[in-house]
Structure formats: structure tokens, C-alpha cells
Design a protein around this ligand. Structure first.
Ligand code: GTP
Ligand code: IMP
Ligand code: MG
Length: 339
């Protein structure tokens, strides 16, 4: 598959980061392009026991041969960008990174507004990263673009051109989505959503590829969905229940405790359809069945875990190609050859 998109199927934090890291190393894409809203997203990934969190650069940074691109649709916060160049310097990212010259800039005033505004911060529970106000300024046509900032000049490129050239040359292109379907400005639980569409089509548009150039869409679901911030969550469980089941998680960007719920098959089916999923990736299977921890072959999974995967395939109607069974990169079952 020359081009594929990985997107979140629930409310973000499905563990896309760890799926992308596996694909970046295993499939060796030559180009990895990030779509999505901006620095509101946090992907974390464990490499050799060390945790890395990225909010701006592609999560596939550990593939040292890949070009790392940030698409025109993505908001850029220069402070976060330079911080990550430093944070990831062991991976030789500096010379491989390209920002589309048309990306919108998040300015200090956007962050202040996002953190102080009673509606955004209080009612919606935004991440405070300035994304909503920056996208609003873009829609008003008064936002700055990265090409207007001198310090970003060495990194500027035409991402759409690079990605399409790579596809013309038969290179493998991995497009990373951020957030999740339930947070889409159009399809999510408005107004408790982020400031842009988050479906696979939006990710393609963000990096500048047309729908006809996308070969595969991998939609990621976690076994127990989580949601941070306000908004409806029909299968939510109580905090006590989440504590008891050892399902407590905290946000990568904001540190807020995540709300946790039961897997919602109906929602997953709808999400997979609108995203045009060709394959599913299921993460945190070890949280569903502790016996599944670290298993790398499907046949070696315990029955309860196998039954859960079968139920997802049947009710969602899309085959499962990847299963994460633990936090490390190698805790994965890759079934894609069978699909
Ligand atoms: P995305 O925003 O979708 O990329 O998810 P995230 O990276 O924000 O999620 P989070 O910050 O919660 O990070 C996920 C963490 O869970 C990472 O440290 C992963 O290594 C870890 N993880 C990923 N998959 C699994 C899994 O199957 N089981 C367990 N126990 N941990 C996992
Ligand atoms: P904003 O995107 O910062 O405006 O936040 C709007 C809503 O989306 C809030 O509920 C946030 O918690 C949520 N949100 C935005 N990005 C992410 C993400 O990457 N993971 C989880 N929730 C997110
Ligand atoms: Mg996240």
C-alpha cells in the first residue's frame, strides 16, 4: 500500500502514537506526514523503556530514514516546535523536518485566550494550547502563516508537493492523524469537540493528497475508550469503577484525568464507516484481558481476548489488522498479511 492514513476512532488518545511508531519502524515509510489540528494532540511512545511525547512533529520520528512533514492544515506553535527538535535530537530529526509554508501559526495571544476564556476553558474544557483561537483567526483570514516567521525559514517546504512527488515515485507515505472521530467539529458531539474535522478525509486534505490517492485507512480503537474534557460519553463508567479495574490514565498535554468507558460497538461502526476504514487497529488489549499482556501471536491469545477481537470484527464490519498487547513497541500482533 503506497499511502495509508492512521486515525483515531474514538475521542483521541487511542494509542495512535504506538501504532504509528510500529509502522514507522516495521514498514519503513520514506515519508511520514502529520495531519490533524495542532499542538492540542499528544502522542506518547515508549522506546527502549524511555517515554517520548510529541505534540507537533510526526510520531514516526524514530524511523531515522524518513522525511518528517507537517501538513498545511496543521497549526504550528514555534515554541513547541523548537522544544521538540531539542527533545528528539537523539533521533537526528533536525535535518529531516519540513513544515508546510502555509501552516497557521499559534501565537501567545491564542494560548492566553484558550486558557482564560470561560466558554472555551470552562464549558468545553479545551486543552489550552491555543488551537481553537488560531483556527478562528485563520477562518477570519487574519492569522499568520509559518512563512511569515524568520526563525522557521530553514524548515519551510511545500508538503503537498513533497507527498505527491513521493507517491508518483512509488514511495510509501504514512499519514498520521491526531485527535479522534468523536472530537470532529462536524461529526463529533458538538459543541464539545475540537476546532476542525478529524476524520480520515480531513487528514488527507491536511497533508495535501486527494481522496483518490489514499490506499488504506487504519482506524485505531482502544479496548476501553477514554475522553478528556466535557461532552457526552454514553458508555462512561464511574471513577470508582475505573480505579477498581486499573484503567486510570492522565492526558499527555494537560495532565487531566481521562474519563473511561466501555467499548461502544455501535459508535465504532459509525466511526469506521465515516472514516472509510479498510482495517482496524485495537490497542490496550491487555487492559481488557490481563493474560493477553505482551502476546505477539494471535493464536497465543487467551480465549476471552480472541472473542473480543472477533466481536469487534463482526459488529464493526472491518477486519482487525493490528493488536497492541502492551506499551512497548514489540508488544504487537501484526495480522495484516491475512487481510
Ligand atoms: P494517541 O493520542 O492516540 O497517540 O494516544 P496517546 O499516545 O496520547 O495515548 P497516551 O498518552 O495514553 O499514551 C499511550 C501510552 O500507552 C503509551 O505510553 C503507549 O506506550 C501505551 N500503550 C499503547 N498501546 C498499549 C497497549 O496495548 N497496552 C498498554 N498497556 N499500553 C499501551
Ligand atoms: P481543543 O482541541 O484544545 O480546542 O479542545 C477541545 C476538546 O477536544 C476538549 O475536550 C479536549 O480535551 C479535546 N481534545 C483535543 N485534542 C485532543 C487529543 O489529542 N486527545 C484527546 N482530547 C483532545
Ligand atoms: Mg493523545
Amino acid at each position: 500500500m503506497p499511502s495509508y492514513i492512521v486515525v483515531g476512532g474514538q475521542w483521541g488518545d487511542e494509542g495512535k502514537g504506538s501504532i504509528i511508531a510500529y509502522l514507522a519502524i516495521h514498514d519503513k515509510p520514506e515519508v511520514i506526514a502529520r495531519g490533524g489540528v495542532g499542538t492540542n494532540a499528544g502522542h506518547s511512545v515508549f522506546i527502549n523503556g524511555k517515554k517520548y511525547a510529541v505534540r507537533q512533529l510526526p510520531t514516526g520520528f524514530m524511523n531515522e530514514n524518513a522525511r518528517l512533514l507537517v501538513g498545511a492544515g496543521v497549526l504550528v506553535d514555534p515554541e513547541v516546535f523548537f522544544h521538540e527538535l531539542e527533545h528528539l535530537k537523539d533521533f537526528n530529526v533536525e535535518g529531516r523536518v519540513g513544515l508546510d509554508y502555509r501552516c497557521t501559526v499559534i501565537e501567545p495571544g491564542h494560548k492566553e485566550l484558550d486558557r482564560s476564556n470561560g466558554y472555551l476553558h470552562g464549558k468545553i474544557g479545551t486543552t489550552g494550547s491555543g488551537c481553537g483561537p488560531a483556527n478562528a483567526d485563520r477562518a477570519l483570514r487574519k492569522a499568520k502563516q509559518v512563512k511569515d516567521l524568520k526563525e522557521l525559514e530553514p524548515y519551510l517546504t511545500d508538503v503537498a508537493q513533497e507527498v505527491n512527488d513521493a507517491l508518483d515515485e512509488g514511495k510509501l507515505v504514512l499519514v498520521e492523524g491526531t485527535q479522534g472521530f468523536g472530537l470532529s467539529l462536524y461529526y463529533g458531539s458538538y459543541p464539545y469537540v475540537t476546532s476542525k474535522d478529524t476524520s480520515a478525509s480531513a487528514m488527507a486534505s491536511d497533508v495535501g493528497i486527494g481522496p483518490t490517492r489514499v490506499d488504506d485507512v487504519i482506524v485505531v480503537f482502544k479496548s476501553f475508550p477514554t475522553r478528556v474534557g466535557a461532552g457526552p460519553f454514553p458508555t462512561e463508567m464511574s471513577e470508582e469503577e475505573a480505579d477498581r479495574m486499573d484503567l486510570v490514565e492522565y492526558g499527555t498535554v494537560t495532565g487531566r484525568r481521562r474519563r473511561v468507558g466501555w467499548f461502544d460497538f455501535e459508535f465504532a461502526r459509525y466511526s469506521a464507516r465515516i472514516n472509510g476504514a479498510t482495517m482496524l487497529a485495537i490497542t490496550m488489549l491487555d487492559k481488557y484481558d490481563k493474560e493477553a499482556f505482551g502476546v505477539t501471536e494471535f493464536d497465543k491469545l487467551p480465549k476471552k481476548a480472541k472473542d473480543f477481537i472477533a466481536e469487534i470484527e463482526e459488529k464493526v464490519g472491518v477486519p482487525v489488522g493490528l493488536i497492541k498487547t502492551g506499551p512497548e513497541l514489540e508488544h504487537i500482533i501484526d495480522l495484516r498479511e491475512n487481510i
